[in-house]
Design a protein around this ligand. Structure first.
Ligand code: CA
Length: 229
């Protein structure tokens, strides 16, 4: 028996809220609704939804504040709804721990697909496994060894760490700052572009066609993700 997943939709524009609610109902989700941040936080605490769809542009406490407060005590998956002009906020939101974003205007169908993908990822046991497999790539963590198919690949320490971060969570979008932080434990804006260089080298080593990457995927204006097989 599958239990119905419950999605909290936080959106102050009634038209969009209604559209999303109707679509989620049709797709078999139960829906909770809030039109401001404070209500969202108390509903999230009281009702423990499986997922939160969160508009960033809310009156009063904005979506980033809500994300920050949620993440202080909860790992509930969050998908942000953002305006095209909110690129910086989108990046900040991901760095605060939001899982994904959809840019307005969006198709409800796309939103449902993203919700399903994020829920799937949240449920997948990531585990502290010794070996991570993604596509043809196999990462042996204790031995710090990578193979593609049966061929061993020589990676630098930074390349290995970067690949490991991405491949552990296929489909999860990481900003350059997050990746830099994961690789070096520090993040300075001026060094963020060095991630691009590492990615380029990694692609040359593990992609079947580095010019058309299918494993290490660029998310324009944001960062990178490992392909969501
Ligand atoms: Ca809004």
């Amino acid at each position: 028996m599958t239990t119905m997943k419950r999605v909290l939709v936080v959106e102050d524009e009634m038209k969009i809220a209604r559209l999303v609610r109707d679509y989620l109902h049709q797709a078999g989700f139960a829906v909770l609704e809030a039109s401001d941040g404070a209500t969202a936080l108390s509903l999230a605490k009281a009702e423990r939804p499986d997922m939160i769809v969160l508009d960033l542009g809310l009156p009063g406490m904005d979506g980033l504040d809500v994300t920050r407060q949620l993440r202080a005590s909860s790992a509930v998956p969050i998908i942000m709804l953002t305006a095209r002009s909110e690129e910086t906020d989108r990046i900040v939101g991901l760095e605060l721990g939001a899982d994904d974003y959809v840019t307005k205007p969006f198709s409800p169908k796309e939103l449902v697909a993203r919700i399903r993908a994020v829920l799937r990822r949240a449920e997948a046991t990531i585990g502290g496994g010794e070996i991570v497999r993604a596509g043809a790539v196999e990462i042996d963590i204790p031995k710090r060894r990578v193979t593609v198919g049966d061929d061993p690949v020589e990676l630098t320490g930074s390349e290995f760490d970067l690949l490991l971060v991405l491949a552990r969570h296929p489909g999860r979008i990481y900003t350059r700052a997050q990746l830099l932080d994961a690789v070096h434990g520090v993040s300075f804006e001026s060094y963020e572009r060095s991630i691009d260089a590492h990615i380029k080298n990694l692609r040359r080593k593990i992609e079947p066609d580095p010019k058309r990457p299918t494993l290490l995927v660029t998310v324009y204006g944001v960062g990178y993700k490992f392909a969501d097989a």
